[in-house]
Design a protein around this ligand. Structure first.
Ligand code: NAD
Length: 422
C-alpha cells in the first residue's frame, strides 16, 4: 500500500497533469524544505528518564510563514508528518491565506502520561524546536490530542526563551491568553458551510439528511453539534474505542458530555443520554460506521480510513473530510467511480487554519475582534474559496479534490514564478 506521503504526491501529480503545472513548480512542491527531528529526555513522575522523538516539518513557505498543527499520537512518523505538512501548504493556498505549510508531532500516546508529564514533554519539545518556530517564521496549532492548554504551554515556554511575551508563536490558545473567538469550532463551521453550499448546488435540503461521524474529538463533536442544530439527523458517531448507532438520531451535546464521563461514545447508548422517544441505540465498530447507510459520512479522525479495502462498501452519497487525508488515493478512485461526492480535506477543514490566521493577525495588532466579526470573515473566505473550487471543477470536469488541488497549485505556481524560484 502506498504511504500517506506517496498518496499525497500522487494527488499533486494527478492535479498537475490536469492543469499542466509547471514541472519545476511541481518539483519544488514535491518535497519539504526542512525536516527537523529531535530526540529529547524527559523525567517522568516516577523518576524514570524517557527519550521522546518529535518532528517539525516545514513543507513550503513561498506564500508566507509556515503554519500547521502539532499532533501527539503513538503512530506519528516522518512520512505522516511530511504528508500533513504538504497538505497544509495546499490548504492555505486553496483558501488564499498568506501562509505556508508545516506540521509537527511527538510519537507517544498522551493517555499514558500525567498532565505534569505532558507539560514537561511539551516544554522540552519547544526548547528543541525553538530556533525553527516564531510568529514570523513558523506558527504551530492544535491537532490530534493537543488542545488550547498545550498551546498555552508552548506560548509560555517560547516567551520565556525569548525573554518577552510572544503569544503569536502558536494559535488555538485560550481566549484569556491571546486566543481568538470562534477558533474552537472553526474547523467544523467551515466544513458545514462548504457542505451547505454543496447541498444548495445539488438542490437538497439539510433537514432530515442522515449523518455518520467518525471521530468525536474537537472537529467531530463540534460538527455533530452544528449539524444537529442545522436540521441534519446525526445517526452514528465513533471514537478510537468504538461507535454508537442511533437510527432515530442522537443528542450531540449529551453524547459529548457522556464521552467525557464514560471515556468513549460507545458507552453512551442509555436512554438518559439519548432522549429521543422510542429510540434504541446499539454499539457498532468503526468499520461498520464507515459502511453505514446514510446521506453524509463525516471523517474526523485520522488518515487512511477509506482505502481500496473498504471504499466499495461506502454507502454514503457524500463524504466530508474534516480529517486530513482520511481517504487514500486508491480509495478516492473507487469512490469517484461509484459516484460518491468527496469534499476534500484541503477545503472541508480549512476553517481551522483560517481562524488561526485571524488569531495571528489579532496577536500582531494586540487588538481582538468580536465573535460575530470572526464568523462573518470566516464565511466570506470559505464562500470565496468554495466558488473558486466549484468553478475549477466545472472548467476541468474533475472531482472536488482535483479542483481544490488545481486552485492551490495554480496560486503556488504563480507565487513561485513571481519570486523567481522557478
Ligand atoms: P482530536 O484529538 O480532538 O480528536 C480525534 C478523534 O478521533 C478522537 O475522538 C479519537 O478518539 C478519534 N479517533 C482516533 N482514532 C480513531 C479511529 N481509528 N477510529 C475512529 N475514531 C478515532 O483531534 P481533532 O483536532 O478533532 O482532529 C481530527 C482530525 O481533523 C485530524 O485529522 C486533524 O488533522 C484534522 N483537523 C483538525 C483541525 C482542528 O482545528 N482541530 C483542523 C483541521 C484538520
Amino acid at each position: 500500500m502506498a504511504t500517506f506521503y506517496e498518496n499525497t504526491l500522487q494527488q499533486i501529480q494527478r492535479a498537475g497533469e490536469i492543469m499542466d503545472l509547471n514541472k519545476n513548480a511541481e518539483m519544488v512542491l514535491s518535497q519539504p524544505q526542512r525536516i527537523v527531528q529531535v530526540n529529547f529526555p524527559v523525567k517522568l513522575d516516577n523518576g524514570e528518564i524517557k527519550i521522546f522523538t518529535g518532528f517539525r516539518i516545514q513543507h513550503n513557505n513561498a506564500a508566507g510563514p509556515y503554519k500547521g498543527g502539532i499532533r501527539y499520537h503513538q503512530d506519528v512518523n516522518i512520512d505522516e508528518v511530511k504528508a500533513l505538512a504538504s497538505l497544509m501548504t495546499l490548504k492555505c493556498a486553496v483558501v488564499d491565506l498568506p501562509l505556508g505549510g508545516a506540521k509537527g508531532g511527538i510519537t507517544m500516546n498522551p493517555h499514558d502520561y500525567s498532565k505534569d508529564e505532558l507539560e514537561r514533554i511539551t516544554r522540552t519539545f519547544v526548547q528543541m524546536i525553538e530556533p525553527f518556530i516564531g510568529p514570523d517564521t513558523d506558527v504551530p496549532a492544535p491537532d490530534v490530542n493537543t488542545d488550547e492548554k498545550v498551546m498555552a504551554w508552548i506560548a509560555d515556554e517560547y516567551s520565556k526563551l525569548s525573554e518577552k511575551n510572544v503569544v503569536g508563536v502558536v494559535t488555538g490558545k485560550p481566549i484569556l491568553y491571546g486566543g481568538s473567538q470562534g477558533r474552537f469550532d472553526a474547523t467544523s463551521k467551515g466544513g458545514l458551510f462548504v457542505l451547505e453550499e454543496l447541498l444548495k448546488k445539488l438542490g437538497k435540503d439539510p433537514k432530515g439528511l442522515t449523518v455518520a461521524i467518525q471521530g468525536y474529538g474537537n472537529a467531530g463533536s463540534n460538527m455533530a453539534n452544528l449539524m444537529a442544530a442545522d436540521g441534519f439527523k446525526v445517526v452514528a458517531v465513533s471514537d478510537s474505542h468504538g461507535g454508537l448507532h442511533c437510527p432515530h438520531g442522537l443528542d450531540a451535546l449529551a453524547t459529548m458530555e457522556c464521552k467525557i464521563k464514560e471515556g468513549s461514545v460507545e458507552n453512551c447508548g442509555g436512554s438518559e443520554y439519548q432522549p429521543t422517544d422510542g429510540d434504541t441505540c446499539e454499539k457498532i465498530s468503526n468499520e461498520e460506521l464507515l459502511e453505514l447507510e446514510c446521506d453524509v459520512l463525516v471523517l474526523a479522525a485520522l488518515e487512511n480510513q477509506i482505502t481500496k479495502e473498504n471504499a466499495d462498501k461506502v454507502k454514503a452519497k457524500i463524504v466530508l473530510e474534516l480529517a486530513n487525508g482520511p481517504v487514500s488515493a486508491d480509495g478516492d478512485h473507487i469512490l469517484e467511480k461509484n459516484g460518491v461526492i468527496v469534499v476534500p480535506d484541503v477545503l472541508a477543514n480549512a476553517g481551522g487554519v483560517t481562524v488561526s490566521y485571524f488569531e495571528m493577525v489579532q496577536n500582531k495588532q494586540n487588538f481582538y475582534w468580536e465573535a460575530e466579526e470572526i464568523e462573518e470573515k470566516l464565511k466570506k473566505n470559505m464562500g470565496k474559496s468554495w466558488n473558486n473550487v466549484a468553478e475549477a471543477k466545472e472548467k476541468y470536469k474533475t472531482t472536488y479534490r482535483m479542483a481544490a488541488f488545481i486552485v492551490a497549485l495554480r496560486r503556488l505556481q504563480d507565487i513561485l514564478v513571481l519570486r523567481g524560484t522557478v
